[in-house]
Design a protein. Structure first.
Ligand code: MN
Length: 236
C-alpha cells in the first residue's frame, strides 16, 4: 500500500492563497509516497487516522506569543491559522506515533508544539557567526552541521560532519522536553532535533529536498519507509 503523507502548505494572507514549493511533493513522490496537501479549514482530526506520515514544510515565523514572548522587531509574517493548525497536527502525530518530518519552519513548529522555544532572530539574539540565510543557489551547501552519534539522523547520513544548505533567520532556543538535539552547526545553532522515544519524529533546519544529494535524500527515503511500515502495522 502506498504511504499517504500529509503536507501542510504555507498560506499567503494578502491573497488568501495556499502555496507549496513543488520540491517537497517531488521528493516525496520520487521516494514512493503519495503526498496530500491539507488545507487549514479541514478537520485534521478526521483525516489523521488515514495518514501514513506528516511533513511540515518551511515558511514564515511562528508567533512568539506561543512561547510567551512579545514579537521583536525582526519577526516576519505571522499566520495564526497556520500556527494553530500545525500545533494541533504536531501533537496528534506525536500522540499517535505517526512518522513525522519537519523541514526548516517545520522543525521549529514541532519544537514549539511540544513545549520548546525559538530565537526570534539568529543575528540579533545569538552569537552565531555562520551565514544561515545563504544567497548561494539553493542546492549549494553553505555551512557544516555536526551530528550526534547515536541519533536517528546519524544512522541516516552515516557521518558526523555534513555540509548543508541554510535558509533560516530563526532557530531553536530551548529544546522541547521530549526532543533531543541531533545536530548543530559549529557556531552552536541547533540544526536538528528528534524524539528518541519515537520510531521517526525528526525536525531538520536545512532543506534536503533541494540538495540533489543522494546522502541527503536518505532522510526523505527513510521517512517514507517509516510511513510505509507504520501503515502496515496499523492495518495488521
Ligand atoms: Mn543553518
Amino acid at each position: 500500500m502506498i504511504p499517504v503523507i500529509a503536507v501542510i502548505p504555507s498560506f499567503d494572507p494578502s491573497s488568501a492563497t495556499y502555496t507549496i514549493p513543488s520540491s517537497y511533493t517531488k521528493a516525496l513522490i520520487k521516494n514512493g509516497a503519495f503526498p496530500v496537501i491539507i488545507p487549514y479549514e479541514a478537520s485534521f482530526n478526521i483525516i489523521v487516522s488515514k495518514l501514513s506520515g506528516i511533513l511540515f514544510i518551511g515558511g514564515g515565523d511562528p508567533e512568539p506569543k506561543l512561547w510567551n514572548e512579545l514579537p521583536g522587531k525582526h519577526i516576519g509574517v505571522i499566520v495564526p491559522q497556520r500556527d494553530a493548525f500545525e500545533l494541533n497536527a504536531v501533537r496528534e502525530a506525536f500522540d499517535r506515533n505517526i512518522p513525522t518530518l519537519g523541514i526548516c519552519r517545520g522543525c521549529q513548529i514541532m519544537n514549539v508544539a511540544l513545549g520548546g522555544t525559538l530565537f526570534q532572530d539568529i543575528t540579533a539574539d545569538t552569537h552565531s557567526t555562520a551565514n544561515h540565510m545563504q544567497s548561494e543557489p539553493k542546492n549549494h551547501p553553505s555551512h557544516p552541521v555536526l551530528l550526534n552519534s547515536g541519533s536517528l539522523l546519524y544512522t541516516l547520513l552515516k557521518k558526523s560532519y555534513n555540509c548543508v544548505n541554510s535558509f533560516h533567520h530563526q532557530a531553536i532556543n530551548k529544546v522541547a522536553p521530549p526532543l533531543a538535539v541531533s545536530a548543530h552547526s559549529p557556531d552552536g545553532i541547533i540544526e536538528a532535533v528528534e524524539c528518541p522515544a519515537k520510531s521517526f519524529f525528526l525536525g531538520i533546519q536545512w532543506h534536503p529536498e533541494l540538495m540533489n544529494d543522494d546522502g541527503q535524500n536518505n532522510i526523505i527515503s527513510a521517512f517514507v519507509k517509516a510511513a510505509e511500515k507504520y501503515t502496515k502495522e496499523e492495518h495488521k
